[in-house]
Design a protein around this ligand. Sequence first.
Ligand code: PMP
Length: 309
Amino acid sequence: MDIDLMTYAFFEGAIVPHEDAKVSIATHALQYGTGAFGGIRGYLDKSGSAINIFRLPDHVGRLLQSGLMLRCDLPYSPDQVQQTIIDLVKKNAPDRNVYIRPLIYKAGIVLSPKLTGIRDDLAIYMIPLDDYVDMSSPLKLMVSSWQRVEDNIIPSRGKITGAYINSSFAKDQATEGGYDDAIMLNREGKVSEGSGANLFVVRNGTLITSPVTADILEGITRRSLVEFARDQGIPVEERAIDRSELYVADEVFLCGTGVQIAAVGSIDGRKIGDGQRGPITEKLQDIYFSLVRGEDSPYSHYVTSIPIE
Ligand code: PMP
């Protein structure tokens, strides 16, 4: 079933009803996956009168960097993209949590798979979104037999549309096997990440996550949690993670804009810790959720609060 888009989208330089934001079937990005996207959450502030966007400049920065990898040439500065997102949120005036999806794409109609000499464009749409995964119980994950795309095939640090075929293979395999999601290993056989989220493990009180050279998307939530944890005095290591470390971890959680911070209860049928959400996962969830809901937080500089009339 198709998801419902919010009323207005940004398309070809203007805010228009989303029904009018349509492309040709011959669009290069549709044929070859030559697009880059962002996924940004807007949380309804506890006051009910603002939408709080988590790390908007960082999301826009990564989007434009992904566009750079695709050699996109857009007439928008980072500030203009940020302002356009803010304008679109104001126009849609949501009274609930939302997800904002900006997309840079090769909009021209050109036959060959290449990156230059094709018109580029920016489109943005919004959907209502609460939890993307069931947060009421810890996730059941499997290690996928699909290997994570690597930098020299399709750069994972770019959020490139076509690369998500790789995530789709892994996610399908997992859900059809009765799991909630997949963990993907990279070519070295080390843990990379989930199908749409980064991964942390806790071992003996240390928080460990794969380095940015492990073919991961450089997650904005991941980076934030490393900072939050260090500020709490929790030791953090960014280093290669072996598959078997997953099985003996005290806690595992996924993190990302969509999944937020989601505890993992089992991997490949093996219980993680006592199978319940662990204390470090809970602590980081508390910091994150109080921040995005607009409660007092030492990290409030990470939130762009957009008043909604
Ligand atoms: N990895 C992948 C493959 C993703 O799609 C996402 C979601 N954007 C993430 C990690 C998490 O990144 P972020 O925290 O920036 O949303």
